[in-house]
Design a protein around this ligand. Structure first.
Ligand SMILES: NC(=O)c1ccc[n+]([C@@H]2O[C@H](COP(=O)([O-])OP(=O)(O)OC[C@H]3O[C@@H](n4cnc5c(N)ncnc54)[C@H](O)[C@@H]3O)[C@@H](O)[C@H]2O)c1
Length: 265
């Protein structure tokens, strides 16, 4: 049975990759979805077989309810507008998925520029802080339904749990997302707001295509991932849907690794 009938979700960075798969998966479980991104159409480098169709259009074509908002996850007013749209259109915000993220390329701290660091911290870290701030403010006003005032899922990374070679700013930002998730769970679990994170390993999305297409880097990724295959956005979407549902009622402050065993050794 569909697990999210009548619920309303907002997803940042929903046009491509993980955000797109998450928005589609939540909608498939019955949720109304507010999609948001800085571009409505999917990135060219993605692995989706329907790249020409926008996420919100697919949801509606499948009989679901979706809105799309141009919103930069690093801008406070834009993030607030996403939360406001959920409430205006559907009356409530049950699920907030803070997914938007960027990767500026492989380099050590010696070659990483301040601009790359600042941009990475803005889009991969402050965006999550902003998304949690707006969502929690709204969720605290809402009644408890099915045991919760609302559920937040932050898309972190294995880069928030272990050091990844040549990804200093990315690991800094994701490490902060991991511990922000834990911190918020301490403050808001008592108010019945669930706050968890998914920590994906290396997946087939536009972000990682340059690694996957490079035979040497591809070999490195495979050698560090015990599972024979790299992951897919749908793997992250399934884990996110679990954390967004009543199946994860008592999960709060959890880091759910979806990484083919990358962080197991
Ligand atoms: N792909 C992986 O292997 C992997 C692994 C671990 C974590 N992640 C995380 O998953 C999330 C999604 O990554 P992906 O692989 O799907 O990336 P992607 O590049 O394929 O898609 C990212 C989407 O976010 C949007 N976006 C970029 N900046 C934005 C902003 N400022 N505001 C709103 N939207 C913005 C892009 O337009 C794009 O639609 C990121 O947080 C990323 O760090 C990805």
């Amino acid at each position: 049975m569909a697990r999210l009938i009548g619920k309303t979700a907002a997803v940042t960075g929903s046009s491509s990759g993980n955000g797109r798969a998450i928005a589609l998966a939540l909608a498939a479980e019955g949720a109304n979805v507010v999609c948001s991104d800085i571009r409505k159409n999917a990135l060219d480098g993605g692995y989706e077989d329907n790249l020409g169709q926008d996420t919100d259009d697919i949801i509606r074509a499948n009989g679901g309810k979706a809105e799309y908002l141009d919103a930069d996850a690093g801008k406070r007013d834009d993030v607030q507008a996403v939360v406001d749209r959920a409430v205006q259109a559907f009356g409530r915000l049950d699920i907030m998925v803070n997914n938007a993220g960027i990767f500026t390329g492989l380099h050590t701290i010696v070659d990483e520029t301040e601009e790359e660091f600042d941009k990475t911290m803005l889009v991969n870290c402050k965006s999550v802080w902003l998304g949690c701030k707006s969502a929690i403010t709204q969720m605290r006003r809402q009644d408890v339904v099915d045991g919760t005032r609302g559920r937040i899922v932050n898309i972190a990374s294995i880069g928030g749990l272990v050091g990844l070679a040549m990804e200093p700013a990315y690991c800094t930002a994701k490490g902060a997302v991991v511990n922000l998730t834990r911190q918020l769970a301490v403050d808001f679990s008592p108010e019945r707001i669930n706050i968890n994170a998914v920590c994906p390993g290396f997946l087939h999305t536009a972000m990682v295509r340059p690694f996957i297409d490079d035979p040497e880097l591809n070999e490195v990724l495979h050698s560090k991932t015990p599972w024979p295959d790299l992951g897919y956005a749908e793997d992250v979407a399934k884990a996110t849907t679990f954390l967004a549902s009543a199946d994860a009622s008592w999960a709060s402050g959890s880091m759910l690794t979806i990484d083919g065993g990358y962080t197991a050794p």
